[in-house]
Write a protein that binds this ligand. Sequence first.
Ligand code: AMP
Ligand code: ZN
Length: 112
Amino acid sequence: MENCIFCKIIKGEIPSKKIYEDNLFIIFHDINPISKIHYLAVPKTHYATLGEMTTEDEKNLGKIFAKISSMQKELKLENGYRLVINQGNDAGQTIFHLHIHILAGQEMEFCV
Ligand code: AMP
Ligand code: ZN
């Protein structure tokens, strides 16, 4: 998608502190971390919210969650972590390319 910052990061047009990449998604450091560990996991396919997913996107998102779980050690998440997906304006979503916040450690600003 034109003008989508995460599509540009995926294409390498905007720099990011990338941690992991495969054919389905990338993980990089959030530019404005709200906790000790704050990564973003971003599917390579552009869709804004869960409601816009194709059947293929649904399958791939399941694989992405499984992969994050399998990489707990490499991602320094052995002691636990939170996954957050903001959906729409009222949730505070600012970038309309679906992404999973991966959060761990102290200083988290929001809790549920
Ligand atoms: P959300 O509010 O769920 O849409 O989250 C968007 C997140 O993207 C925020 O936590 C931002 O700090 C983060 N962000 C925005 N631009 C960049 C960027 N260029 N590189 C890394 N993270 C970014
Ligand atoms: Zn995008």
